[in-house]
Design a protein around this ligand. Structure first.
Ligand code: OFO
Length: 171
């Protein structure tokens, strides 16, 4: 049986993951409106990843005899100034999620909940990847600033991204 503290914090994290999904779907819509289908695709795959992250927590909490409580998802931003601003915000957001995951790990250690700590290590590794992927695109955008041809080439590259459910594969 999972402790009430960890149950509450995982429920909060489920909400945070759904909020991330909602944010990235909003960014996807922004890129559609800017005629950048590759960027829109990248963000839509990001949305799918966040849903899978939420579901992994959802399934884990149920498995441990906890009670899932789904809370309302707060509104997200819908407009940005440019592509760089979107990726700067994405990186900042992923850094915040890393902070939330680290806090969850700290709680699991305090509660001597080894199973939760073990499950959370998947997210610790995932966050390293998330931050690195976003930062790579951000750095490319900074290099390309003002170069429309380069932006279209990057858009073409980002169109190739497909969703792979790593929460299933790595379990
Ligand atoms: Fe769930 O990793 Fe991004 O937010």
């Amino acid at each position: 049986m999972i402790s009430k503290k960890i149950e509450k914090e995982i429920n909060e994290q489920i909400n945070a993951e759904f909020w991330s999904a909602y944010l990235y779907l909003s960014m996807s819509a922004y890129f559609v409106s800017k005629n950048l289908p590759g960027f829109a695709n990248w963000m839509q795959v990001q949305y799918q990843e966040e849903i899978s992250h939420a579901l992994k927590f959802f399934n884990y909490l149920n498995e441990r005899g906890g009670r899932v409580n789904l809370k309302p998802i707060e509104a997200v931003k819908t407009e940005w100034d440019n592509e760089i601003e979107v990726f700067q915000e994405t990186l900042k957001h992923e850094q915040h999620v890393t902070f939330l995951i680290n806090n969850l790990v700290n709680s699991a250690i305090e509660e001597k909940d080894h199973a939760s700590n073990n499950m959370l290590q998947w997210y610790v590794s995932e966050q390293v990847e998330e931050e690195a992927n976003v930062d790579e695109i951000l750095q490319q955008l900074i290099l390309l600033e003002g170069n429309k041809f380069g932006l279209l080439m990057l858009d073409r590259e980002l169109r190739q991204r497909t969703f792979v459910d790593e929460t299933v594969q790595n379990n």
